[in-house]
Write a protein that binds this ligand. Structure first.
Ligand code: UGA
Ligand code: MN
Length: 334
């Protein structure tokens, strides 16, 4: 009985072995053979011939359009942003102007009008502008002695950059009159102090200014930001911590004026005699009403420019070394 069982088991094993071997041999034979892939190729072939047809059609279209090509008009030029910057000699001047020029390099169609508060153009600014790569005009206009802040004066005592901005306006009005062509009045005027921080987006916001556009300014007037408050698309009041009753309680960095408006109001300028905080209003008052202001920066809900102020560098060690005859080499320009 036991021997029969053994025999049967052996037969089962042998049979199992034979079947597996046959299976393996069959599989190995299949490996070497080419498969009949026509079924797989059909959709691929169809796609290729469809794409070929499309390519042919497009080539035909290009050929036809080239044959009938008209001389094309150059794309309409976007309005130039004229940026007027007053600047004066001090230790941080080169750093400020370097940062500013490198921001402006990223702005298309920008013309920088740099006005030095100086009786002559200085080599430092001249050289910096030449190397800057920015389109610029270099002017100078010294602040009258009695209007100039003296060493130790608090900064709010007298307005700053007034004669320089007015000189920039004078140049712009004269230059535009001298420019022939229809689009010499297309543009926007912006007053950019040399120490503020400007996002690139603010220049694109202001480019579409029709009369006067406005937006928030960060870190100004002892606040996180000041801004025009917009309701129903119109400026209805100003969010400011100081004398909101001023006609335009805004910082210089918070508005731009269309070139057309500047040219059609040849008398509009900054009043150096204006009381503190009224400098911006002295220029804007005759140009626009609050109702006409064009809010930018998402209805004045975004801060895109900051009234940053650079700390005056301390020179205590420099002076101490200088007294010992070991001061820095004056030939090294800072
Ligand atoms: C604030 C405003 O942001 C200015 O736009 C405004 O002119 C000034 O107050 C004011 O009330 O007069 P603030 O930071 O206090 O600005 O002024 P600064 O940045 O010191 O000066 C404004 C501009 O005038 C700068 O571009 C600066 O380089 C220039 N400036 C300053 C001169 O050209 N000469 C000077 O003697 C001083
Ligand atoms: Mn400043």
């Amino acid at each position: 009985m036991a021997t029969r069982m053994k025999l049967k088991l052996k037969t089962v094993f042998v049979l199992y072995f034979m079947v597996s071997l046959l299976g393996l041999i069959y599989a190995l034979m299949q490996l070497g053979q080419r498969c009949d892939c026509t079924e797989h190729d059909i959709p691929k072939d169809r796609t290729i011939s469809r794409l070929r047809g499309e390519l042919h059609r497009l080539q035909e279209q290009i050929r036809k359009s080239e044959a009938t090509k008209q001389p094309q008009k150059p794309p309409a030029r976007q309005p130039t942003v004229f940026v007027i910057t007053p600047t004066y000699a001090r230790l941080v001047q080169k750093a400020e102007l370097t940062r500013l020029s490198q921001t402006f390099l990223h702005v298309p169609q920008l013309h920088w009008i740099v006005v030095e508060d100086s009786p002559h153009k200085t080599p430092l600014v001249t050289d910096l502008l030449v190397k800057s790569g920015v389109t610029y005009t270099h002017l100078h206009m010294p602040t009258a002695k009695d209007r100039k802040l003296q060493e130790g004066d608090p900064s709010w005592l007298k307005p700053r950059g007034v004669e320089q901005r007015n000189e920039g306006l004078r140049w712009l009005r004269e230059d535009r009159r001298a420019q022939p062509g229809g689009d010499n009045q297309q543009g926007v005027v912006y007053f950019a102090d040399d120490d503020n921080t400007y996002s690139l987006q603010i220049f694109e916001e202001m480019r579409s200014t029709q009369r006067v556009s406005v937006w928030p300014v960060g870190l100004v007037g002892g606040m996180k930001y000041e801004r025009p408050v917009v309701e129903g698309g119109k400026v209805v009041r100003f969010h400011t911590g100081w004398r909101p009753s001023r006609p335009f309680p805004m910082d210089m960095a918070g508005f731009a004026v269309s070139l057309k408006l500047v040219l059609s109001n040849p008398e509009a300028c900054f009043d150096g005699e204006a009381p503190m905080g009224f400098l911006e209003s002295s220029f804007l008052q005759g140009l626009v009403t609050m109702d006409e202001l064009e809010p930018k920066a998402d209805n004045c809900s975004k801060v895109l420019v900051w009234h940053t102020r650079t700390e005056k560098p301390k020179m205590k060690r420099e002076e101490a070394l200088h007294a010992q005859g070991l001061g820095s080499d004056p030939a090294v320009e800072v």
